[in-house]
Design a protein around this ligand. Structure first.
Ligand code: SF4
Ligand code: SF4
Length: 451
């Protein structure tokens, strides 16, 4: 996995497809996406067979010269479509793909419906499964509940067990929020050691709301469906569940300090790889920390295409693939402007920031606070980004030096061990969290760690 650690492909066109729209069998309290049902009153929220073929043929057409095409399913909960839908999608993809083209299937799921039949299907067709899990039971169940308010942890773990029985490649998608933000190390060790995760993504929960929507949002988007407004990227407040401005950075540093001491090259953490790419001057492969964006669009169950998965709202509807070619929608000037605005609307505070090359101001959806000198448009998580990117700077520079010398970044593990050997057990931990080294990131014996 060394090289860059696991360099993602440069940002090609990426379409997140929601065959069930916003419909889900869970009711995670922080999931604003459930409110998107309001966009399609009376819909059955199931992608029709004819549209499925239109989508796949257009996706492949849009990648005519490419050796690889990614078919990415998302939700809501896409497995609610049932296995026959996905079998059909594989059949249709095979019918339309160009000679020599490789198809990569991905699916993002809460995992509660995955059994041996699903897992065998994923294994047969090489699906990369993104599984949503927020940590051990008490942290996962803080917000990831079903429609009866019951935690989903046990069912997610049963789904994971099926995936592992069938050797399906999977990655953990973990949201960072008010309940788990102080437990980065614990969450990371749980995912790595108890779940066997080797690919991890940590996504901050920032639920942006207005004074008018704050009370409904704090009650949980799914818990009071009749009062629920359509979620829009609007307002300068956040819900109680949101990660704090500093909390995401503290969480990432907590994970990084564990990872850098033993897991470089063995465990892939998206945010660290993205950072290394930016340090090394490569395309980072993640829109949030790229200079511009606009190449990751969302396709609804009825063929509507939106500028981004986070902007499924009327003002960002580009058109419908039943009436327009996907390629033409992607090429619309207003979609290009949407992507360029990420760079062109940065406040002066970002322009003079010394970690801007790694941060690029974050996702525009969360730029709703003011800079210290009062300019609007700063990212809510700026304190986290400042802390994190400054903290990892020396390690990133060391890994870049190794790469330039044609060596593996994982050689840094031994260098860390040499420095650690000189640290007293009662000295403060270098993570900066305030605990003693022996009670914090001092490496533990490897006994019992699964391979
Ligand atoms: S760390 Fe803060 S100031 Fe620097 S680029 Fe990111 S958001 Fe802007
Ligand atoms: S708006 Fe945010 S999530 Fe959407 S493409 Fe741009 S950076 Fe990515």
């Amino acid at each position: 996995m060394d090289g860059l650690l696991r360099q993602a492909a440069p940002m090609a066109l990426h379409l997140l497809v929601k065959p069930t729209g916003a419909v889900c069998n869970l009711d995670c309290t922080y999931c604003f996406f459930l409110s998107k049902e309001l966009l399609y009153p009376g819909s059955r929220f199931r992608m029709a067979d004819e549209l499925l073929e239109t989508y796949l043929s257009q996706l492949i057409e849009a990648h005519a010269g490419a050796r690889e095409v990614t078919v990415a399913w998302q939700g809501g909960e896409p497995t609610l479509m049932g296995l026959p839908f996905f079998r059909r999608s594989v059949e249709l993809t095979g019918r339309h793909r160009r000679p020599g083209q490789r198809i990569v299937y991905t699916i993002q799921t809460y995992g509660t419906l995955i059994d041996d039949e699903w897992a065998a299907f994923f294994a047969e067709h090489g699906f990369l499964v993104g599984l949503s899990v927020d940590g051990p039971a008490e942290l996962h169940d803080a917000f990831r509940v079903d429609k009866g308010g019951k935690g989903s942890f046990g069912r997610v773990m049963a789904g994971l067990a099926a995936l592992r029985r069938h050797n399906v490649e999977w990655n953990a998608l973990t949201t960072v929020h008010a309940a788990n933000q102080g437990s980065g190390r614990e969450v990371y060790r749980f995912l790595r050691d108890d779940c066997g995760a080797r690919y991890l993504q940590f996504i901050p929960i920032v639920e942006r709301v207005t004074e008018q929507t704050l009370a409904v949002a704090n009650a949980g988007w799914g818990q009071r469906a009749k009062d629920r407004p359509l979620y829009r990227q609007d307002g300068a407040l956040v819900t109680d569940r949101s990660v704090s401005p500093q909390g995401y950075g503290r969480f990432l540093i907590d994970v990084f300090e564990d990872w850098v001491r033993r897991d470089i090259g063995a465990v892939y953490v998206q945010m660290f790889d993205v950072a290394l790419a930016n340090w090394h001057g490569e395309p980072p492969g993640l829109c949030v920390h790229s200079e511009t964006c606009g190449r990751a669009l969302a396709l609804e169950h009825n063929g509507d295409v939106y500028s981004c998965d986070h902007y499924v709202e009327p003002d960002f509807l580009l058109g419908n693939i039943g009436k327009h070619r996907l390629l033409d929608l992607v090429a619309l000037p207003r979609q290009r402007d949407f992507g360029l605005a990420k760079r062109d609307t940065l406040p002066g505070y970002c322009l003079s920031c010394e970690v801007r090359f790694a941060c690029h101001g974050g996702c525009p959806k969360d730029r709703f606070v003011r800079t210290p000198d009062g300019e609007p448009g700063l990212h809510y998580l700026c304190p986290s980004y400042q802390d994190f990117f400054r903290h990892i700077g020396p390690a990133m520079a060391a890994m870049c030096d190794l790469l330039k010398a044609g060596r593996a970044p994982s050689e840094l593990v031994a260098k860390c061990a040499a420095v650690d050997a000189r640290r007293g057990r009662n000295e403060p931990c270098p993570c900066g969290g305030g605990r003693k080294w022996k009670h914090c990131h001092q490496p533990q014996p490897l006994a019992g760690r699964p391979g």
